[in-house]
Design a protein. Structure first.
Length: 191
């Protein structure tokens, strides 16, 4: 069982619309620990780090693009701390998954994002999550195979296991037109 509704839960704790939750890993760590512990207490076997928008492209929207390593490592350490407390008290094994979300940019020729630019951004995030102590890298809520490929290439540099998810609308297509079957075939070919 994985956790969920991170943003919704943080809004209840006071996160304002448009404010990056990743900053709370250093500004309000007790709230992030509360969130992780809440998920663990209700039976989550896997918790995601507070790093969904922790890549340089997303953080640039908040003038924090130079804080990728700091914020991702802090997010991973908080999740690891919550899991450590749980293991001490209950002996349960809970997996810490390093959340890596989309850049929010479009790939060439529709936009300006290049494969190498995406790999560089995702690698910086993946390395910081690994250094913070995650068990697995969790590439999530992607909409294009190109972005998943860049994230996987970057994540592989850490040597950690990788999971990847894509989001689909009610017409069974991602924002970029990928179907679940297309994604399955693509992902299987990524090793």
């Amino acid at each position: 069982v994985a956790d969920g509704a991170t943003g919704t839960n943080l809004v209840v704790r006071g996160l304002e619309t448009g404010y990056p939750p990743e900053l709370w890993s250093v500004e309000r760590p007790d709230d992030i620990l509360w969130l992780h512990k809440s998920f663990i207490d209700v039976g989550s076997d896997l918790i995601l780090t507070n790093s969904f928008g922790g890549n340089s492209f997303r953080l640039k929207l908040h003038n924090a693009e130079y804080r990728v390593a700091e914020l991702n490592e802090a997010a991973a350490k908080l999740a690891r701390q919550a899991v450590g407390a749980c293991a001490k008290s209950s002996g349960r094994l809970v997996v810490v998954a390093g959340s890596i979300g989309p850049t929010g940019e479009l790939f060439e020729p529709l936009g300006t994002l290049t494969h190498s630019g995406a790999v560089t951004a995702f690698r910086e995030q993946a390395i910081a999550l690994a250094e913070g102590g995650v068990d697995i890298l969790w590439i999530e809520t992607m909409s294009s195979n190109e972005e998943v490929a860049a994230a996987i290439e970057a994540a592989k540099t850490t040597g950690l296991p990788i999971c990847s998810t894509m989001t689909f609308d009610t017409a069974s297509r991602s924002m970029m037109g990928v179907t679940p079957a297309d994604f399955t075939s693509f992902a299987a070919g990524q090793g």
